[in-house]
Structures are given as structure tokens and as C-alpha cells.
Design a protein around this ligand. Sequence first.
Ligand SMILES: Cc1cc2nc3c(=O)[nH]c(=O)nc-3n(C[C@H](O)[C@H](O)[C@H](O)COP(=O)(O)O)c2cc1C
Length: 164
Amino acid sequence: MSKSLAIVWYSRTGGSRQLAEAARDAAREAGDVAVRFLKAEETQAEDLLSADGYLFACPENLAAIAGVMKAMFDRTYYEVLGQIEGRPYAAIVCAGSDGENARRQLERICTGWRLKRVADTPIVNVAAQTKEEILAEKVIEERDLESARELGATLAAGLEMGVF
Ligand SMILES: Cc1cc2nc3c(=O)[nH]c(=O)nc-3n(C[C@H](O)[C@H](O)[C@H](O)COP(=O)(O)O)c2cc1C
């Protein structure tokens, strides 16, 4: 039976969604892996329990991971704790100017689950600081889409080959 990769994402102005989509498309091309594309607000513990690896993508909001993503972790954390240890994950943070706190939080939560991070977590900085820039739809640059594709492909190929 093929392995499965859960891509869990939240996006308000499209940046994290474009990154998650790029990772999804590359993952589907890279390996014989079932890729599930899951909105954070709809993701349940069973979705995480039934996956073999994970990619989390979300913005930094107010120096933290976006609330919708945090709510997903809050909802599922104890339901899956102790049952997904050692599984591989990667993450992407989309940020207007910083992103460090969101990255730290995301990685700490995944460390709590004893997941294994298989790549550095990129922070994609969209240079949005004014209200207008923050609320505008984002267009992610090709080089950032490429790093998202690399993460998706790495996870899918590694899951298929069983190297993690
Ligand atoms: C309420 C709010 C708070 C934000 N706070 C931060 C922040 O603390 N640090 C940062 O780097 N960017 C911050 N941003 C900018 C977003 O991270 C940025 O616009 C990013 O592109 C959003 O991702 P999305 O396009 O996937 O929604 C904030 C945006 C909003 C709407």
C-alpha cells in the first residue's frame, strides 16, 4: 500500500496556499504517494493519524503561527500524542517581515509530537508591512515556489523509499 503525505495549510491572502499547492504538485510528481491537501480548519486527528508524513504551511500573524493553524494543533494535539512519533515532517512559514516566532512555535509543537523534521523550515518573506500590503493577495516568487516544491518532492520521495 502506498504511503500518504498530509499537507495541512492555512492562508488568508494566498501566499501559504500557493506554497502548499506547489509542494502538493511536486509531491504528486515525485513519488507513488497519496497526497492529501487539507485545510487546517477542517483537519481532524484522524487525518493526522492516517498519514505517514506531514507538511505544514501557514502565515505568521501577530508574532505567532496564525490562529487557525494553532487551533488545528490545539484540537488534535492530545488526540494524536504518542501515536505519530518518528514520522517525518517539514514546514513552511509565510511572513510579512519576520516569521521567526511562527517557525519556532511550529517546530516546538512538532518536537512535542516527536516528529522528525527532514528539512530546514523556510520563511517566505512577502515584504508586507502596511495595512494595504498585508491585506493584498500575495504572489509568491518563483524561487520560493521552488523551495516549496523541493520540500514536497523530498517528503514524497523519502516516504516512498522508506528512508526517513
Ligand atoms: C493580523 C495579521 C498579523 C500579522 N502579523 C505578522 C507578524 O507578526 N509577522 C510577520 O512577519 N508578518 C505578519 N503578518 C503578515 C503575513 O504573515 C503575510 O501577509 C503573509 O503573506 C500572510 O500569509 P497568507 O498570504 O498565506 O495569508 C500579519 C498579517 C496579518 C493579517
